[in-house]
Ligand binder design. Structure first.
Ligand code: DGI
Ligand code: FE
Ligand code: FE
Ligand code: FE
Length: 187
């Protein structure tokens, strides 16, 4: 599937703001793919689809989790965590995207996971640093993204956990497992 086809598929499913975010994530991910020697085509497609399921009704996402082989414990955590896993299923069923590397980059873009591939880290990082974002501490993360992808993914994971803890939110196990694995890789 080429870029324009993917963009026309995704656009009607997103708000204007989310669509613009998606385009910025895509440009950011392509530039990271160039820098770190990953397929630009895969980075592009995974990014265009990363938030595809973001606005699906909650009961529909819940049904996909219950009726597919997705982990049921997702239902015990915030519904914000559902759109990545559900998106990875929908892009295969609706558009025939079977490439596991792309599906996994969509699946894990919110939480990360242990042993993330380069492509998964690229989408995970691009989603966080795209130029429309304004998290505190973002300058440091953007600077690191020019030098070390693993250290950057570690910072994203650390910042996300710190942020969630400061709000007294629950944290999905994959989110912690990603942090622990990236920390181990930095040791
Ligand atoms: O879809 P986006 O807004 O572009 O970004 P995202 O998919 O990375 O994150 C969606 C939200 O999920 C964001 O507010 C951070 C939050 N999040 C990430 N990991 C966890 C989490 N929320 C909870 N409750 N637990 C997590 O482990
Ligand atoms: Fe997302
Ligand atoms: Fe996003
Ligand atoms: Fe620099």
């Amino acid at each position: 599937m080429n870029r324009n086809d993917a963009i026309s598929i995704v656009e009607p499913h997103l708000t204007k703001e989310r669509f613009d975010h998606t385009l910025r994530v895509t440009e950011t991910a392509i530039s990271l793919a160039k820098k770190y020697g990953e397929s630009e085509e895969k980075a592009e497609l995974a990014s265009i689809f990363h938030d595809y399921a973001k606005y699906r009704p909650l009961d529909e996402m819940k049904r996909w989790i219950i009726n597919s082989n997705l982990p049921k414990d997702l239902l015990l955590y915030h519904h914000e965590l559902w759109h990545g896993p559900v998106g990875s299923i929908l892009i295969e069923r609706e558009y025939g995207i079977r490439d596991e590397s792309i599906k996994n980059a969509v699946y894990y873009h919110t939480t990360g996971r242990p042993h993330m591939t380069k492509l998964e880290m690229i989408v995970f990082v691009a989603d966080y640093i795209e130029p429309g974002r304004s998290f505190s501490g973002l300058d440091e993360v953007r600077e690191m993204s020019q030098h070390d992808l693993i250290k950057t993914a570690w910072m994203v994971s650390r910042n996300t956990i710190n942020f969630l803890m400061s709000k007294q939110n629950r944290i999905y196990p994959d989110t912690f497992h990603a942090y622990n694995d990236l920390t181990r890789q930095l040791d």
